[in-house]
Write a protein that binds this ligand. Structure first.
Ligand code: 4AD
Ligand code: MG
Length: 467
C-alpha cells in the first residue's frame, strides 16, 4: 500500500469522486451477490461507514473468504459516486490487505444479543458498536468543550490530588490507599492500625472531590476548575452511580450563590449547545435509534430558564403532591435528603424544566457550605435535570473563620487535619463559591442513555472492576 496516504472515513465521505484513496478500518458487514461483494467499513472517526465494492473473480475470491464482520482491513481503490442509496461515494476496491481476521464463531459482537446488559459483559469490545462509538466520541467532545469553556473565561485548570487524607464530603465513602501488609497490619497502643508505618505516614484514601484543594486555588488564582476522576465507595447499585466517575469542579473567588447559579446554568446550556452544533451525526443516531425525543429535550434545555427554588418550597410542593394522592416510595418531610423520585417529580411533573434547588437544611449538607441567618439552612444549590435528577451539586462556601471552625467541631471532624484548609479563612478570607458537575450524569443527559455504566468506557461499580 505505497504512496497514497490513508484517509479517515469521516473525510472520505466528503471527498469528490474520482480520487485514488486508501481506507483502513473494521468490517461492520459483508454482503453481496454472485458478481460483487459490498463491505461496510468503519474506522471510528464517524458513526457512518464507507461502502467498499469488490468485484468477485478468481483473484479476489481468496481474500474475500478471509473477510467477515469484525475483521480489520485496508483497501486501496477509486472513490466513485455511489449508485446505491444511503451514501454519495463508495470505494471501488483495487487492492485489499487483511490486517486481522475475525473468527465469526467466536467474535462476541457477532451474537444476536445486543442488549446493553450483554454488551457490558464484553465491554472490552463494545467500543466497536455503533452506539458505543457514538457515546465515546461524544464523551471526548464534551471533555474538550469543558476545557474550552473555562479557558475562554480565563479560568485556570488546577490539578488536585487523587490521593488525599481528607474527606471533603464527610460522607465516609472513601477507598483506602495503603501499602501496609493486610495479613500483618502493624498496630498502635490502642490496638488500631498504625498508619504512621504506612506509605504516607498517615491514613490516606482516594479523593471524593477536588473541591477543598480547589478552594486553595481559587483564593489565589481567582477562578479555577478541576476536571478529573473521583472515587466513592458508596454501595449503591443504581443507574446513576459509579464508584469511579469524573467530576468538573469550578471554584470562584468573589462569586456569591447567585453568581454560582448563573455560571452553572450558562455552563450546562453551553455544553448542550456545543453537542448539538458539533456532534450532530452521533446525536441524530442516538435519537433515531433509541429515543426520538432526545434532540427535542436537548434543544428544550437551551431555550428554557431554569427554575430557582428554595428547598423548603420544594418540600412544600412535594407534600402537596402527596396530599393530592401522588405516591412516592420514600416519605417526604422537611429535613429529608431528597430521593431521585422527588427530584424528578419537581423537574418532570411539576415544573417541566430544570430546577435549581437552594438553601438546603444544613444537617444534610457538607461542613463547608455558607450558613444562612435562619440557623437551619445553608447556601447550597443542586441543579436537577429531567431523567437524571441531580446533575450538579454546589454552594457558596463559609468564608467566616469562627463559623467554619464551629461547624467542623460540631461535626466532630478533625480540625488538625483541616488546618491547611482553614488557613484560607485565616489569611485573607474572601467570599467564594463553586460546584461539581458529574461528567457521566451530563453524558447521560446528552446521549439519552439510560444507565451510567454505558457512558464510561470501563465502569467501576460494586463487585465490578473488569479490564
Ligand atoms: O454533590 P456532590 O457530592 O458534590 C461535591 O462533591 C462537591 N464537593 C462539589 C463542589 O461543590 N465542588 O457531587 C457533585 C456531582 C453530583 O451532582 C453528581 O452529578 C456527581 O457529582 N456524582 C456522581 N456521579 C456518578 N456517580 C456517583 N457516585 C456520583 N456522586 C456524585
Ligand atoms: Mg450532591
Amino acid at each position: 500500500m505505497s504512496a497514497i496516504i490513508r484517509s479517515k472515513v469521516k473525510d472520505l465521505l466528503k471527498m469528490a469522486a474520482g480520487t485514488e484513496v486508501l481506507a483502513k478500518g473494521w468490517v461492520r458487514t459483508k454482503r453481496g451477490n454472485k458478481e460483487i461483494a459490498f463491505i461496510a467499513l468503519n474506522d471510528g472517526s464517524t458513526i457512518k461507514n464507507i461502502q467498499i465494492v469488490v468485484d468477485k473473480n478468481g483473484e479476489t475470491e481468496g481474500i474475500l473468504s478471509r473477510i467477515s464482520t469484525g475483521a480489520c482491513i485496508g483497501v486501496k481503490g477509486q472513490l466513485v459516486s455511489s449508485v446505491g442509496s444511503g451514501q454519495d461515494v463508495e470505494i471501488h476496491a483495487e487492492e485489499i490487505t487483511v490486517y486481522g481476521e475475525c473468527d465469526p464463531m467466536r467474535y462476541p459482537l457477532q451474537k444476536k444479543d445486543t442488549s446493553f446488559e450483554y454488551l457490558r459483559t464484553v465491554a472490552h469490545m463494545r467500543p466497536r458498536t455503533n452506539t458505543f462509538g457514538a457515546v465515546l466520541r461524544l464523551r471526548s467532545q464534551m471533555a474538550y468543550a469543558i476545557h474550552k469553556y473555562f479557558h475562554s473565561k480565563g479560568f485556570v485548570y488546577l490539578n488536585t490530588p487523587l490521593i488525599t487524607a481528607s474527606d471533603c464530603e464527610g460522607a465516609g465513602q472513601m477507598f483506602q490507599v495503603t501499602t501496609l501488609d493486610l495479613n500483618n497490619v502493624p498496630k498502635n497502643k490502642k490496638g488500631q492500625p498504625d498508619f504512621s508505618k504506612d506509605f504516607f505516614g498517615k491514613q490516606t484514601s482516594l479523593t471524593v472531590s477536588g473541591q477543598l484543594e480547589g478552594e486553595l486555588g481559587a483564593t489565589a488564582l481567582g477562578e479555577i476548575y478541576t476536571f478529573g476522576p473521583t472515587f466513592r465507595a458508596e454501595n449503591s447499585n443504581t443507574p446513576r452511580h459509579l464508584a469511579e466517575f469524573w467530576m468538573v469542579e469550578p471554584e470562584m473567588a468573589f462569586y456569591d450563590i447567585k453568581d454560582n447559579m448563573d455560571l452553572a446554568e450558562d455552563f450546562i446550556k453551553h455544553l448542550v449547545k456545543y453537542a448539538l452544533d458539533n456532534c450532530r451525526d452521533d446525536i441524530q443516531f442516538l435519537n433515531d435509534r433509541y429515543d426520538d425525543t432526545l434532540i427535542e429535550r436537548l434543544e428544550g434545555v437551551i431555550g428554557t430558564e431554569f427554575v430557582r427554588l428554595p428547598y423548603t418550597e420544594g418540600v412544600r410542593i412535594l407534600e402537596e403532591a402527596v396530599a393530592g394522592g401522588h405516591k412516592f416510595e420514600y416519605p417526604v418531610s422537611w429535613g429529608i435528603d431528597l430521593q431521585s423520585e422527588h427530584e424528578r417529580y419537581l423537574v418532570e411533573e411539576h415544573f417541566k424544566r430544570p430546577v435549581i434547588l437552594t438553601d438546603y437544611p444544613k444537617d444534610i449538607k457538607a461542613f463547608y457550605m455558607k450558613q444562612n441567618e435562619d440557623g437551619k439552612t445553608v447556601r447550597a444549590m443542586d441543579v436537577l435535570f429531567p431523567k437524571i435528577g441531580e446533575i450538579i451539586g454546589g454552594s457558596e462556601r463559609e468564608a467566616n473563620l469562627s463559623i467554619l471552625e464551629s461547624r467542623v467541631d460540631e461535626l466532630k471532624m478533625s480540625r488538625k487535619n483541616l488546618e491547611w484548609y482553614i488557613d484560607t479563612r485565616r489569611f485573607g478570607s474572601c467570599p467564594h463559591s463553586g460546584f461539581g458537575l458529574g461528567f457521566e450524569r451530563l453524558l447521560l443527559f446528552i446521549t439519552g442513555m439510560q444507565n451510567i455504566r454505558d457512558v464510561i468506557p470501563f465502569p467501576r461499580t460494586p463487585k465490578n472492576a473488569e479490564y
